[in-house]
Write a protein that binds this ligand. Structure first.
Ligand code: SAM
Ligand code: SF4
Length: 353
């Protein structure tokens, strides 16, 4: 009996190593890796993901300073606390001048990417965003990432012309049925068209999913990773679902930490030379989240520079971690060097160009 058990475990280990050594992973391989439950096996997976990260991205960790400049949103994504239907949320908009001042603070902190994020808020016109991009580019030698939801193709064209470098628009879930149930007005095909268009006009693009959505299966998560590959994204974010008490998903449990880490690790192995953040949602899920994420394939962290008076109101989900950004960056640098890694000094452009 003992021999049989040992033989079985030997066969499973051999299977795991065989998959990890493949150049291209099939959907079945990805499902197999995401389904690992045994601690020693997941440790092997995480270690391999870390080696792939080192080979394709090196030891640099890229910091992206984020400004959440408006929590108004025309969309109604069921999982998100900023959704239009959430009448309890106190809404804010940061003025163009304050956005530019905040961008300068990020630049002074030594960070070379500025992420401008908001709900889908048409109050900021095409020209407003252009003005912000141009002013930041004139004052700071930084890359700019936009994360404004779905806007028009004409707007994307103009913002690219104005100097924006990257656009982050997650596909959220590759499962058509789940996508439709979460977005009453938006279609998955439409979202993918936006991502493809952004790429076609020269934006470095970011996509990704939410892990732990109701009815989502391991196969769906495998499809999410494969979709990021097909979209040929430059950055991919895999963040755990965290419930917001102000949405219909208030009673849905948060994503499992282990599944989130396995997804990040497998994504690193499949996608190789993409930027993968250790997300704020991961830090909200676990106090060790940032470090764990960096150990399983992540190479990006996005410190939040949203001015104090607004940041509590950008309530995507409950208990979102807030902090003083300057202290946070200092603490981050200590953590990063204690892990034998270093903070990148450049803009951290796509690893594919
Ligand atoms: N409105 C823009 C958009 O949707 O692309 C940018 C802001 S939106 C708050 C940024 C991301 O938050 C979304 O892509 C989504 O994945 C994530 N998000 C929203 N609600 C979440 C939740 N409850 N748990 C985890 N992530 C969530
Ligand atoms: Fe709006 Fe983005 Fe939240 Fe959807 S995820 S409700 S688009 S802020």
């Amino acid at each position: 009996m003992k021999i049989e058990l040992e033989t079985k475990s030997y066969t499973e280990k051999a299977n795991l190593y065989q998959i990890l050594n493949k150049e291209e992973l099939s959907k079945n391989d990805i499902v197999y890796l995401l389904s690992l439950n045994d601690k020693p096996d997941t440790e092997i997976l995480f270690q391999h993901a870390d080696e792939v990260r080192k080979k394709f991205c090196g030891d640099d960790i890229h910091l992206r300073g984020i400004i959440e400049f408006s929590n108004f949103c025309e969309a109604d994504c069921v999982y998100c606390g900023l959704r239009k239907s959430n009448a309890t949320l106190e809404r804010y908009r940061i003025s163009i001048d304050e956005i530019i001042t905040t961008a300068k603070k990020i630049y002074s902190a030594g960070i070379r990417t500025i992420v401008l994020q908001s709900g889908e808020d048409p109050h900021y016109t095409k020209d407003d965003i252009t003005k912000i991009i141009e002013a930041i580019k004139q004052n700071c030698d930084v890359a700019i990432t936009l994360s404004l939801g779905e806007r028009t193709f004409e707007e994307y064209d103009e913002w690219k012309q104005a100097g924006a470098d990257r656009y982050l628009l997650k596909h959220e879930t590759a499962n058509l049925k789940i996508y439709s149930s979460l977005h009453s007005k938006q279609k998955l095909e439409e979202r993918l068209n936006h991502i493809r268009y952004l790429k076609s006009i020269g934006f470095q693009t970011g996509s990704g999913n939410i892990i732990g959505l109701p009815k989502q299966t391991i196969e769906d998560i495998a499809d999410d990773i494969l979709l990021c590959k097909e979209l040929d994204c430059d950055m991919c974010s895999f963040s755990p679902f965290i419930p917001s008490p102000e949405t219909p998903f208030r009673d849905i449990p948060p994503a499992e930490l282990s599944l989130t880490l396995k997804t990040m690790a497998v994504a690193r192995i499949v996608l190789k030379n993409v930027h993968i953040p250790a997300t704020t949602a991961l830090s909200t899920l676990s106090p060790e989240g940032r470090k764990l994420g960096l150990q399983v394939g992540a190479n990006v962290i996005m410190p939040n520079f949203t001015p104090d008076e607004y940041k509590d109101k950008y309530r995507i989900y409950a208990n979102k971690k807030t902090y003083d950004p300057i202290n946070y960056v200092k603490e981050l640098k200590e953590l990063i060097s204690s892990m034998g890694r270093r903070v990148a000094e450049d803009k951290g452009h796509s690893l594919k160009i």
